[in-house]
Design a protein around this ligand. Structure first.
Ligand SMILES: CC(C)(COP(=O)([O-])OP(=O)([O-])OC[C@H]1O[C@@H](n2cnc3c(N)ncnc32)[C@H](O)[C@@H]1OP(=O)([O-])[O-])[C@@H](O)C(=O)NCCC(=O)NCCSC(=O)C[C@@](C)(O)CC(=O)[O-]
Length: 301
């Protein structure tokens, strides 16, 4: 029987990954309310926005305003994406204390997403990591397309491991492995995770599953069996990357938390309050909550 951890770290990505692909205008107040609802639910790691080019991702053009309205909270880590030094400097000016750089295991996806090759992305990240070290800022590294690419199809796990290892060696303290288009299945996910874990300690690896094919929870459990202890998720299953056609939302945090609590794995999150957070933002977006657990809990109460 597999050995299960006592607790798992949840990294909530809804304010950034969840909202970045929305075409409708979402007020800064509503984004900040989402972040506050997540804090109320006990979420301790929240990716609040991305300091990316507004020409590339218009929805995050308000990054500085969102960051400046964050409630001071010593128990919560607010992080933000920074693709280059311009983004890093803007994040620092806005008081952000943890940033994330992002590249991919697929050349084509990387070109479409950040307009450079994988190798060039490392060159862009080098000064960010240098500055971050001097300023005592933690840097997370994302690797996209770890189980498939919308342009190149299957991706070799060895390539995922090599890109991850490079980010880790450059100073990223945590590497998040992204199944950007949600095509992974449990054994493939487990083998990919194991391949990366040959080079990076498992306590520095996160998994980031989109749920396009309904495989995300199964993939997460498979990776937990392989030693994963950090899970990215998005309340109400919000999410999608503008440069990954066909990709749907992230795995919903409600579903992840329900599964983990059901296995006696602690997350520190109050499921009922989390469901409220998902309902509130779904109301703002004018759509129903994309979480089986949230819908089941509310219809039975
Ligand atoms: C990386 C760039 C900027 C290169 O874009 P570029 O066009 O090559 O950059 P540039 O340096 O030529 O700049 C173009 C314009 O953008 C401005 N600019 C340049 N940088 C910034 C910045 N940081 N903040 C604000 N503005 C910026 C810059 O000032 C200039 O403005 P102009 O002079 O034309 O008026 C662009 O491609 C970009 O912003 N891409 C971001 C795409 C993105 O955010 N994708 C979604 C996140 S990744 C994801 O979702 C996957 C993940 C992480 O969730 C994991 C998974 O699921 O796999």
């Amino acid at each position: 029987m597999m050995s299960l951890p006592q607790s798992i770290k949840i990294v909530e990505v809804s304010p950034r990954d969840g909202l970045q692909n929305e075409s409708q205008v979402i007020a800064v107040n509503d984004k900040v309310q989402l972040i506050n609802d997540l804090r109320t639910a006990g979420v301790k790691h929240i990716e609040v926005t991305g300091f990316v080019s507004p020409k590339w991702v218009p929805q995050l053009a308000d990054a500085q305003e969102v960051a400046r309205q964050l409630a001071p909270d010593e128990d919560v880590v607010y992080s933000a994406l920074t693709p280059n030094m311009k983004g890093f400097e803007a994040a620092m000016d806005s008081g952000i204390k943890e940033v994330a750089v992002f590249t991919a295991a697929s050349e084509t996806f990387n070109q479409k997403n950040i307009n450079c090759s994988i190798e060039e992305s490392f060159e862009r990240f080098a000064p960010i990591l240098e500055q971050a070290k001097q300023q005592n800022i933690k840097v997370r590294g994302y690797v996209s397309c770890v189980l498939g690419c919308p342009y190149e199809g299957d991706i070799d796990s060895e390539q995922v491991a090599a890109v991850s290892e490079k980010l880790f060696a450059m100073g990223c303290y945590e590497i998040s492995l992204g199944d950007t288009i949600g095509v992974g299945t449990p054994l493939k996910a487990q083998r990919m995770f194991a391949q990366v874990a040959k080079r990076i300690p498992t306590n520095s690896l996160a998994v980031h599953f989109h749920d396009t094919y309904g495989q995300a929870l199964a993939n997460i459990l498979a990776c937990i069996q392989e030693g994963a202890r950090i899970i990215d998720a998005s309340v109400a299953g919000l999410g999608g990357c503008p440069y990954a056609p066909g990709a749907s939302g992230n795995v919903s945090t409600e579903d992840v938390v329900y599964m983990l609590h059901g296995m006696d794995i602690k997350t520190g999150i109050d499921l009922d309050k989390l469901i409220t957070a998902g309902q509130n933002i779904s109301k703002v977006l004018g759509r129903s909550v994309n979480s089986k657990v949230a819908n089941a809990c509310r219809s039975s109460s």
